[in-house]
Write a protein that binds this ligand. Structure first.
Ligand SMILES: Nc1ncnc2c1ncn2[C@@H]1O[C@H](COP(=O)(O)OP(=O)(O)OP(=O)(O)O)[C@@H](O)[C@H]1O
Ligand SMILES: [Mg+2]
Length: 345
């Protein structure tokens, strides 16, 4: 797990707004990005994620609000300081944005050339970066001859060339197959851990967040509707937008079982979530010991998110009578993050 020292703000957005005609794409966003973290930003299509990130890297000008970088208001910077800041914030793209007429080493060396580095120094640096991203030996290849995953590695090497503090990624893995996505995420994790680069990751895919993000921000209609540690939000999502997005990774009752649910029956079917210390207990036995109710698992299982155990189960619970059922439900409610009667069988 992360052994980060005391969280230190690197980037702070204050009440940022950006509209397009009547569309309030970013509608009053304030947030802090801490040094060394991987911050995930999720939200439905059109929530304002790309606009927000484009405001951070200067591709988009906010209508109002402020951006503080290392505690300095970006509005007060000179042109040169502003350019310096821009260089400290690098970006990788879904479409890779490589120059097809240049070899991959030239693609990576280009930002170094623009920064005024000598030819020998920049080729050496670019070769090192290609090594870092796992493309050593392919320096003279052209982008067209690389797979999607390799192209993204070149994109990452190029982004790292200027020695950024922050790496912005807007759906950088969404054009890739699941296996390649995992490899790219692993690489980003390594860059974060070994080079100390702070990463802001925009994605539609909860699997991506689950795999590498430390903290999560949920945007909806241009506003932040939820933020916190990934494991806390995954265990207890609050906002409707968060719940909707998390549907893809939270198991639901299989249709065949759902079809058997009745308004009355011997057993109550309960959706039960638990996390943290509670998830490491023999909770079905404890339930029986404390309340006499016998429950069996009909669906679901355990998961580990950021090192925390989280369980999501569908239980069929036989409590005997109504009073005992109420007692068992109270027990589950106290123990878990969620316990909801879906029906009876
Ligand atoms: N250049 C633009 N001109 C007009 N409208 C824009 C522009 N850029 C974004 N928008 C609008 O602003 C809103 C937010 O768009 P944005 O691209 O930031 O969303 P997003 O969260 O990145 O969505 P997606 O997940 O589909 O990439 C949308 O309604 C979009 O249509
Ligand atoms: Mg977008």
């Amino acid at each position: 797990m992360s052994t980060r020292p005391k969280a230190q703000p690197l980037l702070e957005l204050k009440n940022l707004r950006r509209s397009f005609g009547g569309t309030k794409a970013v509608n009053g966003v304030s947030l802090t990005v801490y040094k060394g973290e991987i911050l995930g930003i999720i939200g439905r299509s059109g929530a304002g994620k790309s606009t927000l990130i484009r405001c951070i890297n200067g591709l988009e000008k906010p209508d109002s609000g402020s951006i503080f970088y290392k505690s300095r208001d970006s509005a007060g910077l000179t042109l040169e300081e502003s350019r310096q800041m821009r260089r400290r914030i690098a970006m990788i793209f879904q479409q890779f944005n490589l120059l097809s007429s240049r070899t991959i080493i030239d693609n990576v060396a280009l930002p170094l050339k623009l920064a005024g580095m000598s030819k020998i120094a920049r080729r050496q640096k670019a070769a090192e970066l290609l090594q870092t991203v796992g493309l050593g030996g392919k320096e003279q290849h052209y982008p067209a001859f690389l797979s999607g995953g390799q192209k993204q590695r070149v994109g990452i090497a190029r982004a790292l060339a200027a020695g950024p503090d922050i790496l912005l990624s807007d759906e950088a893995s969404s054009a890739l197959d699941p296996e390649t996505t995992q490899a790219i995420l692993q690489l980003l994790r390594e860059i974060n851990r070994k080079m100390g680069v702070t990463i802001i990751l925009i994605t539609h895919e909860m699997e991506v967040i689950r795999a590498i993000a430390d903290r999560l921000i949920v945007l909806d209609k241009g506003k932040i509707v939820e933020q916190g540690a990934v494991k806390d939000i995954f265990a207890r999502p609050q906002a409707a937008a968060t719940r909707a997005l998390l549907q893809t990774i939270i198991p639901s009752l299989p249709p065949a079982l759902a079809a058997q649910l009745r308004p009355q029956g011997h057993e109550a079917v309960i959706e039960f979530h638990l996390s943290g210390a509670a998830a490491n207990t023999p909770f079905l036995q404890d339930l029986q010991r404390d309340t006499g109710a016998i429950a069996r698992i009909i669906h679901g299982g355990m998961d580990t998110i950021q090192g925390e155990r989280q369980g999501r189960f569908f239980l069929a619970l036989n409590a005997g009578d109504k009073a005992k059922l109420a007692q068992a439900l109270a027990w589950l409610a106290a123990k878990g993050d969620k316990s909801e009667v879906l029906g009876y069988v």
